[in-house]
Design a binder for this molecule. Structure first.
Ligand code: C2E
Ligand code: MG
Ligand code: MG
Ligand code: MG
Length: 279
């Protein structure tokens, strides 16, 4: 009796496992097709200068227009792309398209417009990232100095020596490097002085309660002071309210990103001029 019950439980477990792996395999096959059928889309979110509210650039955020499942956000397929190696092709398509779009916007009159592109840990570990970046810049004519690559703290920390080599090579090409989701990795801060980094993006988990939680406010202040003394620029992620903006500006954070200024949108809807932000 007990044995049968256990057996049933096991079968149920097996079936659940199978469903998950079948779905995963299906999604992997779909992603391979997506790359050939050009189903990836880039959405853009404004990057706003703190001093005057000007839109100085955009972060490119990938989406997948899945034929059955609709528009998928990166959490649904970037981890899978990393595990299967498809990230190399995903990353290459993203870089080429972001540079092409950035150049088109610059040519349309938005001179010096900046574009940020996310690079996954797996991509960052691949030497061919350098070729891809350089080909994307050459093919588009987008100025290297206007491109920022966003790399998470944990990708930088997993192998600091090879990270240093990769970053130096990227710097030699003239692109900027930002540490994404800063404060969420368990890192020693010493890498900040050892690695050639330009920008720190303060993670939205600290920004969320910054106007009413003294501890989050203290962390954000400390990050901004640290960044300034190391000559790094700061971007606050996830800015949604006027109170957050006021606090961050008082602390002299350089730039803001968040729903307050605009959600990620397709390029044709990108807000170059913010019409006074509602409170
Ligand atoms: P991230 O680079 O930290 O991007 C910021 C995320 O926060 C985006 O989610 C954005 O939509 C969201 N966000 C922006 N402003 C606000 C706000 O005010 N409030 C809140 N609650 N959220 C806000 P998204 O687009 O779903 O992207 C999630 C993550 O996926 C990104 O985090 C990035 O790590 C990754 N990702 C996005 N595009 C790419 C890509 O092309 N390649 C790679 N490798 N990863 C990407
Ligand atoms: Mg990012
Ligand atoms: Mg981030
Ligand atoms: Mg993130």
């Amino acid at each position: 009796q007990t044995k049968r019950k256990g057996g049933k439980g096991l079968r149920f477990f097996d079936r659940a496992m199978n469903t998950a792996s079948v779905e995963r395999l299906a999604l992997e096959a779909d992603l391979r097709h997506a790359l050939v059928r050009n189903e990836l889309r880039l959405f853009y979110q404004p990057l706003v200068r703190a001093t005057d509210g000007a839109v100085v650039g955009a972060e490119a955020l990938v989406r997948w227009q899945h034929p059955q499942q609709g528009l998928l956000t990166p959490d649904r397929f970037i981890p899978l792309a990393d595990e299967t190696g498809l990230i190399t092709e995903v990353g290459s398509q993203v870089l080429f398209e972001a540079c092409r779009q950035g150049k088109a916007w610059q040519d349309a009159g938005h001179a010096a417009f900046r574009v940020s592109v996310n690079v996954s840990a797996v991509q960052f570990g691949q030497p061919r990232l350098l070729e891809t970046v350089s080909e994307a810049l050459n093919a588009s004519g987008f100025p290297p100095a206007c491109l920022t690559l966003e790399i998470t703290e944990s990708s930088l920390m997993s192998d600091v020596e090879s990270a240093a080599g990769m970053l130096r090579a990227l710097k030699n090409m003239g692109v900027q490097v930002a540490v994404d989701d800063f404060g969420t990795g368990y890192s020693s801060l010493s890498y900040l002085k050892r690695l050639p980094i330009d920008v720190i993006k303060i993670d939205k988990s600290f920004v969320r309660d910054v106007s009413h939680d003294e501890e989050d406010a203290a962390i954000v202040r400390a990050i901004i002071v640290l960044a300034r003394s190391l000559h790094l620029a700061t971007v606050a992620e996830g800015v949604e309210t006027r109170e957050q903006e006021v606090m961050l500006r008082d602390e002299r954070c350089d730039s803001f990103q968040g729903f307050r200024y605009g959600r990620p949108v397709p390029p044709e809807s990108f807000p170059f001029l913010l019409q006074g932000v509602a409170d």
